[in-house]
Design a protein around this ligand. Sequence first.
Ligand SMILES: O=C(O)C(=O)C[C@]1(C(=O)O)C=C[C@@H](O)C=C1
Length: 61
Amino acid sequence: MKCNNLEEVRENIDSIDDKIIKLIAQRSDYVKQAAYFKKSKTDVKAADRVEKIIKKVRGKG
Ligand SMILES: O=C(O)C(=O)C[C@]1(C(=O)O)C=C[C@@H](O)C=C1
């Protein structure tokens, strides 16, 4: 979205920041829930899952 001044730019940035913060909180809640289903240190680390996420974020997934 094209903005007309710095205030408008910052309003949009603040709005996006609010959404990111809410999404991070939601994600964190799911990560906590995941812990309940894990039985070992290997399950907690979930190295293969971490690798998958990193590849996806980098656009190789
Ligand atoms: O997918 C899982 O098993 C999770 O616990 C979630 C999550 C994550 O943050 O995405 C958290 C910790 C693990 O290292 C891997 C992934």
